[in-house]
Write a protein that binds this ligand. Structure first.
Ligand SMILES: Nc1ncnc2c1ncn2[C@@H]1O[C@H](COP(=O)(O)OP(=O)(O)OP(=O)(O)O)[C@@H](O)[C@H]1O
Ligand SMILES: [Mg+2]
Length: 295
């Protein structure tokens, strides 16, 4: 049985008199251990699909099954509980709790389960170290840069070792070195624990390393390609970024994927596929540039 299965899924939004058909009939199945990118132009339905697969939202029509359970058959409370057990979700806007420190945010999924104490704190410390934030544990989100906040959100999604991690643009705010660190970590978790990863992304650094690419356009799947040569490592690649894609660059376009020396057996999509190249990642409010916040 697939880990995630969608049958004839639609999702519409009502905006006054206007009906927005964000997803228009998706059939998809994702097996345990896959490393999948969802890509496509802005507005094609990537975030909407992530929310449905991540049990954050329910479809207007059709069926979504995650880890053997039909989302529609669950009450809101049971769906939340199923999400907490089965899915690590990294939101496009991070969704960190502003009053909690980095480590408290990371501990939250475990605390919600009723776990706590020193062991949980150690787990959170370890994963914060793995995303490169070992020294930032006690900062609140407004004291962190955009890239640091993104890494806290990633740590929070990984801390409970869920069977599936769904990440909406997880590297959009990261410089090259941190983006590679995160993808390395996810790849390691995929091979050591069999974790399934699904990313909505425009980032070629990530696209080059997935084993499957699903392209959305106008709310339908346009293309579904497997890549047998997905790269496990980034050996030999420039990991420094030369400051070109610094974390927290407020003007960085998520569609302006960085140049990559990566070669792949299937073509890496380009900005030309995006009909809205001027759309940018919403500005990260508040924090000072990365360099001013050594934590
Ligand atoms: N809460 C909402 N209310 C109304 N319309 C929405 C809502 N969320 C998404 N939409 C619409 O649904 C469509 C798909 O949006 P979605 O956010 O899934 O696209 P996306 O592919 O993630 O885009 P991006 O690359 O910009 O993040 C768009 O037309 C969007 O305007
Ligand atoms: Mg989106």
């Amino acid at each position: 049985m697939p880990l995630i299965a969608l049958e004839q899924v639609t999702r519409t939004y009502q905006l006054g008199a206007t009906t927005v058909r964000a997803l228009r009939g998706i059939d998809l199945s994702i097996d345990a251990g896959e490393f999948v990118a969802l890509w496509g132009p802005s507005g094609s339905g990537k975030s909407t699909l992530c929310h449905l697969m991540g049990l954050v939202d329910v479809p207007t029509t059709g069926r979504v099954q995650v880890n053997g359970r039909d989302a529609a058959s669950l009450s809101d409370d049971l769906r939340s509980e199923h999400r907490n057990r089965s899915v690590g979700f990294i939101f496009q806007q991070f969704n960190l709790l502003p009053v909690l420190s980095a480590i408290e945010n990371v501990m939250l999924p475990l605390v919600i389960r009723g776990e706590g104490g020193a062991a949980v704190r150690r787990q959170a410390e370890t994963i914060l170290g793995e995303v490169g934030l070992g020294d930032c544990q006690h900062q609140r989100p407004d004291q962190l840069s955009g890239g640091q906040r993104q890494r806290v959100a990633i740590a929070r999604a990984l801390v409970s070792a869920p069977p599936v991690v769904i990440a909406d643009e997880p590297t959009a705010n990261l410089d090259s070195e941190n983006a590679h660190r995160i993808v390395d970590l996810m790849r390691t978790l995929q091979s050591s624990r069999g974790t399934t990863f699904i990313f909505a992304t425009h980032d070629q650094r990530l696209m080059a390393r997935v084993s499957r690419r699903i392209r959305l356009q106008d709310g339908v799947v346009q293309e579904d390609v497997r890549n047998p040569d997905a790269r496990e490592s980034v050996a030999g690649e420039d990991r420094n970024g030369h400051g070109e894609h610094r974390e927290n660059q407020r003007t960085q376009s998520k569609d302006a994927a960085p140049k990559s020396s990566v070669s792949s057996s299937f073509p890496v999509p380009s900005v030309a596929n995006n009909p809205h190249p001027s759309r940018t990642t919403p500005a990260v409010s508040g924090p000072a540039p990365e360099g001013l916040r050594p934590c």
